[in-house]
Design a binder for this molecule. Sequence first.
Ligand code: NAD
Length: 252
Amino acid sequence: MSKPTVIITGAGIGIGHAAALAFGSAGYHVGVTDVLEAEGKATVKAIEAAGGSAEFHKVDVTNTDNVNAAVAAFEKKNGAIDAAIANAGIAHKVKLEDMTDAKWGHTLDVDLNGVFRLCRAVAPGMKKRKKGAIVATSSIMGVGYGWHDHVQYNAAKTGVVGLVRGLACDLGADQIRVNGIAPGYIRSAQSLSTVHSLGPAGLEKAAEYIPLGRIGEPDDIADVMVFLCSHGARYISGQTIIVDGGLMVGRY
Ligand SMILES: NC(=O)c1ccc[n+]([C@@H]2O[C@H](COP(=O)([O-])OP(=O)(O)OC[C@H]3O[C@@H](n4cnc5c(N)ncnc54)[C@H](O)[C@@H]3O)[C@@H](O)[C@H]2O)c1
């Protein structure tokens, strides 16, 4: 394939969906993956409708075999993976007194281990070509804030920052760059959930504290993902970039 290629987890809705469209517009062939099959296939259709190319693979990031098989199938068909976006994530509200090992482990398995599984699967192909860019999704809850009733999310998203640093060291000699993005408050199913997150009213209230005066949209993050995989970002590795409209520097 002459086009650059990207594989994205959690690309059926939200930030991952916006990323898939942004990479499609930037000329990439897009591997759209998600547990949500209908939404993933709709993402492929939307990329094609915009003149791009894409394919869907059903992937649950908690399943190593599943991740490895999707990456292998994508590489077999398209030759090589230029960029990988480890974006799939969940944010479940759990009071500390209700935090079982299973609830703790589930979030860690999706938000941290799931990121690692994709990175591990794409690394050998990228190493062979001595070329590649990986972007993992952390959160402002991983780089600066604590979030009440979400201690497992805080831990997982902070873990992503360390994972990015370590992988940047392990893979740098093979010209593979690894970076993270820490989104602020972004309008998506995750943040719009009144059960697990701020909900619509809470999001609008949060906008009052954001220097740029608005909640982020998924494409505010997607465009930075594309940038981090581009030639323009050729000397950036091991960093987690905060993309929050100024929230973290403005809230004092
Ligand atoms: N929305 C925000 O304000 C915000 C802020 C900081 C970080 N994030 C992070 O951004 C990423 C994208 O979230 P979003 O806001 O678009 O939320 P979202 O709920 O809209 O999308 C999450 C995506 O991950 C997928 N997913 C969940 N579990 C999965 C699994 N086991 N295997 C494969 N896919 C799975 C979902 O199906 C969905 O497509 C997540 O890692 C999230 O934690 C979001």
